[in-house]
Design a protein around this ligand. Sequence first.
Ligand SMILES: C[S@@+](CC[C@H](N)C(=O)[O-])C[C@H]1O[C@@H](n2cnc3c(N)ncnc32)[C@H](O)[C@@H]1O
Length: 265
Amino acid sequence: MTTVQAIRVSPEWLDLRESADAAARSLDLVRQLRSRLPAGGRLVVHDLASGSGSMGRWLAPLLPGPQHWVLHDRDPDLLALAEAPGPAATVEMRLSDVTRLGADELAEANLITASALLDLLTDEELAALVGACAGAGCPVLLTLSVTGSVQLLPADPLDARVAASFDEHQRRITPCGRLLGPDAGGVAAGAFRRRGAEEVVVRPGPWRLGAEEAALTAEWLVGWVDAACEQEPGLAEEIRSYAARRLAGQLEVTVGHADLLALPR
Ligand SMILES: C[S@@+](CC[C@H](N)C(=O)[O-])C[C@H]1O[C@@H](n2cnc3c(N)ncnc32)[C@H](O)[C@@H]1O
């Protein structure tokens, strides 16, 4: 039995979003986590569900000294695209299901990270992931969990309805259970607190997409609308003409994400 839903993420989508992701992640949380890293020596960073390694490309230059990055993902094609995230860093790839990590797999970690992962998980999978991270006893930085907050400018009367259908789609039931979707960030924060974290800090990490991000905005909108139609097939025709209208004009979009830093005692 698989415990993960086999949603493949394309490398093209990860490329397209990489600079918006980098601009959105909280630098304040990086400042806080830096003060909790060991002074001197090589840092071992485990990036869970790394995809092609975007988190390392953003974070490695913000961390001190030599680093060893361990990239975990269940998709070998994405892992094959990743490289060491900087001249002072080494990298190793592990093909793994991050919701089934054993305690020994993270034992050497000085820092655990993930990005754009939590909303894809079920409650049970997230609990297992938080358990493995908390067991490692190091800071954990989990960025860019979708919150469900979306603002489009100019506004359209259908925006709220599409957003609600999209959120329900994110919470859909799969063979592995109900996905957490926009609830994931809050569930993760509660789980770290219950497992005794000294501090759990949450910061907003919204995408702010304007004219310069038109390609990402268009791709995001198509995915957003497709998911809403799948959730509410009866609305498909109305939503499709909404999408055509939206794609024809200039659009500014803010997509809410939350970043979470859990600090151990
Ligand atoms: C939206 S992508 C984000 C990738 C990368 N963290 C980034 O920010 O570019 C989600 C990633 O999670 C991976 N993934 C999802 N569930 C997983 C699981 N249970 N175990 C390992 N990888 C998983 C997917 O293969 C994909 O690479």
